[in-house]
Write a protein that binds this ligand. Structure first.
Ligand code: NOJ
Length: 732
């Protein structure tokens, strides 16, 4: 209830989302859709209405479910990716009394036929346009199967790499996450899918990094850190929203009316529908807030959860709750209206048998591969590169390639496994490098491990011998495929399996080491960073990823990714992010100041960090005005120069800090960024427009404030910024 009072005060930044655009192939206008929905609702029985509000768990054979669809009792299915079944469900829906079309949902996120790098890597490109492209291609692959609803994008901001699901999001920063949230929604929708932005809300802040645990989030934190990417997704037209599993301040989101109805639907003006997460309504019993599934279902429905994902409770109990007055029929109508609205907006009522006739439709694999390659190339983050260990040039000589993952064609190290498609051919890193050897270069390979994830050794000594014979060692390590993603939290974030032991042995050889790390989350690489001369974070690069990796390692392409999440020095520093609040006692090195006695206060690699094969100088920062009114803007010109000898891309980043405020404000907050390419010696001035209204924040009462105050604006190639200037926001 606390939020109920609070959110009535929400201010400017949370104005209702723009009306969702209506697809051209649908009824034509929002008013026409509303009228069609009303006409249809008037003809529906209660049973048919409830049928639109849930899907069952996937069960084989599907025949009983197909029959239920024919009776008008199921309006959507999850994980049906076999076009034969989609055709059968669609036919049954057409044959039902009212012929209401179905939604077919899957987690089309980044891996169907062609596997892209995961969304955390998309964020590392700092190119929302590439995320849009990737989402578009994934959507096209899903659409080709007949799927029309994806459970994406996941936009949970998180500062905790122990939590395995950071792989699905855009990292720790609300501004970056919002840019990627909007881009992903646009891409999936352009590719023909309805989206479900998730997980609303706060799921990225689980206690101890343990998936599904509770969160404690203050009102300002909720509104300033966790909510903005959802707002961005709604503005981009996300048709549906998925509620999260977690509790916030003791109340599960699945029964949280203040969040789901008051904030999301009323305050943000969301008029699509809200689904629960998988069996989350049933889990209200385990949360200890409902006696049984019936009570849980009524609680969830009353909170504003329109759609029951696989708990079965709406199907079983909503009619009884209507009969005895616990739920009003008007509330059922509102939920059904939301579902039907989405179906009309998607143009599903316009579909005929012919639309399903030629499933699966062909997709231009070559085009999807090109996108996957481009995303991979731009996502790699070079954390360090001492003594120009990279790129591997003709002068490099003998290269030892170590690590079983380097010879593995397995490219879908994602637990959002590919569905419905046969896996495509992929090149191994070993093969991709071998093709690129120039005269004078040789490559000798040793797996070192028995499995692609480095769990068990195989011929460790042979690998060491190969390293000893070489001039440089390229060591490819991978975060074990089993230990990332949903439900996989870690307390230790070092290299998994035997891979660190192998690194220790390789370091003993004294050879320069290039560490290529495939991972879905920030790892703790403090010791490894002492042992390796160069570190390239390759994320899980996907079907085209190893080829892209070889391009970057050999210098055909320069790395240009930047970290979307802080890499800590030690697990004990977690949660860690760049945008913390200042403390009354900043670290001075002496006792009674903020910090750890046994570890440095800084991260190993900060948010926004990433090197390339050239260097950049930040020459100057110039403001158009020293003052800006609360409703005004100023321009910030940042001049960057390529000081190296080859062309390269740099992400110019702009941060601000409000120096004096009515509450403590973060030491830095990302406000703008742009990825630019500069030739050697070239300088460019990038102009950013800062709007005073974008610098505001929420107070404990949920009120949005933009205060007249002094600010600092900072610019650089990472959150460890290089330039700063001061300005003042004035009342008028
Ligand atoms: C549970 C996950 O939390 C959610 O993200 C996913 O969309 C559903 N399962 C359906 O697969």
């Amino acid at each position: 209830m606390r939020f109920l009072l609070v959110f009535t005060l929400l201010g400017l930044s949370l104005a209702p989302a723009a009306a969702n655009p209506v697809r051209p192939e649908t009824l034509g206008s929002a008013a026409a859709i509303e009228a069609a929905v009303d006409r249809l609702l008037a003809r529906m029985t209660l049973k048919e209405k409830i049928g639109q509000l849930h899907f069952p768990s996937l069960a084989f054979p599907h025949e009983p479910q197909i029959e239920a669809v024919r009776r008008g009792e199921i309006g959507a299915m999850l994980n049906v990716v076999d076009p034969r079944y989609i055709k059968a469900f669609a036919a049954a829906a057409r044959e039902s009394r009212l012929g209401i079309p179905m939604l077919y949902a899957i987690d089309a996120i980044y891996a169907l036929k062609i596997t892209f790098p995961p969304p955390l890597a998309w964020a590392a490109t700092w190119r929302p346009d590439l995320a849009e492209l990737a989402a578009y291609d994934v959507a096209r692959e899903a659409r080709a199967l007949g799927v029309n609803w994806t459970f994406a994008p996941m936009v949970d901001v998180s500062r905790d790499p122990r939590w395995g699901r950071v792989i699905e999001g855009a990292g720790e920063d609300a501004f970056l996450a919002s840019a990627f949230s909007a881009a992903r929604v646009k891409g999936y929708r352009r590719g023909g899918l309805a989206t479900s932005v998730k997980h609303f809300v706060g799921y990225g802040a689980p206690e101890g990094g343990r998936d599904y645990t509770g969160t404690e989030i203050s009102t300002p934190e909720l509104l300033d850190r966790y909510l903005p990417p959802f707002k961005a997704a709604l503005d981009a037209g996300s048709e549906t929203v998925m509620a999260s599993f977690n509790t916030i301040n003791g109340v599960p989101v699945t029964m949280n009316r203040a969040l789901v109805t008051d904030l999301l639907k009323k305050r943000l003006g969301f008029d699509g529908f809200v689904t629960s997460d998988f069996v989350a309504i049933g889990e209200l019993v385990a949360h200890g807030v409902a006696r049984d599934l019936e009570e849980a279902s009524v609680l969830a429905f009353k909170a504003g959860i329109d759609f029951d994902m696989a708990s079965g409770g709406y199907d079983l109990y909503l009619a009884r709750a209507v009969a005895d007055g616990r739920i009003k029929v008007g509330a059922i109508d509102d939920a059904v209206r939301r579902v039907l609205r989405v179906k009309y907006r998607l143009g599903l009522f316009d579909q005929t048998e012919a639309d399903f006739a030629n499933l699966p439709r062909p997709v231009d694999d070559a085009a999807v591969r090109r996108s996957a390659r481009e995303v991979a190339r731009e996502s790699f983050v070079m954390l360090k590169n001492d003594k120009a260990a990279l790129p591997l040039t003709a002068a490099t000589g003998r290269i030892a390639l170590i690590g079983s993952s380097a010879d593995s064609a397995q490219h879908d190290h994602s637990w959002w496994g590919p569905s419905g498609h046969q896996k495509p051919e992929t090149e191994t890193l070993r093969a991709a490098l071998e093709h690129r050897m120039r005269p004078g270069q040789t490559l000798e390979y040793a797996p070192a491990f028995a499995d692609p994830c480095g769990r068990e050794f195989k011929d460790k000594d042979a690998a060491i011998a190969v390293a000893k014979r070489a001039d440089v060692v390229v060591y490819n390590v991978i975060e074990d495929c089993e230990i990332q993603g949903e439900g996989v939290s870690r307390t230790k974030l070092g290299l998994s399996g035997q891979q660190k032991t192998m690194l220790d042995a390789l370091a003993q050889t004294g050879k320069p080491i290039v560490l290529v790390v495939e991972t879905g989350r920030p790892l703790v690489l403090a010791e490894a960073s002492q042992q390796a001369d160069a570190i390239l974070i390759a994320w899980h690069p996907g079907t085209e990823g190893r080829t892209a990796l070889a391009e970057v390692l050999t210098g055909e392409v320069a790395p240009s990714g930047k970290l979307p999440m802080t890499f800590p020095r030690a697990e004990g520093q977690i949660p860690m992010s760049y945008n913390v609040l200042p403390t009354g006692r900043p670290w001075t090195g002496s006792r009674y100041t903020t910090g750890y006695v046994d570890e440095k206060q800084t991260p190993l690699y900060p948010f926004g960090h990433g090197l390339t094969y050239t260097t950049f100088a930040y020459d100057k920062i110039v403001l158009s005005e020293p003052k800006m009114p609360v409703k005004g803007t100023i321009d910030v010109d940042v001049t960057v120069r390529n000081t190296g000898s080859r062309a390269g891309a740099e992400v110019v980043q702009l941060y601000t800090r409000q120096l004096v405020a009515s509450r403590s404000r973060p030491v830095k907050e990302l406000r703008a960024f742009e990825k630019i390419t500069l030739k050697p010696g070239e300088a460019r001035t990038v102009r950013f427009r800062l709007k005073a209204q974008d610098l505001g924040f929420h107070n404990d009462a949920g009120r949005f404030l933009v205060e007249a105050a002094p600010y600092t604006v900072m610019a650089g190639g990472s959150s460890d910024t290089a330039l700063l200037a001061d300005f003042v926001v004035t009342r008028d």
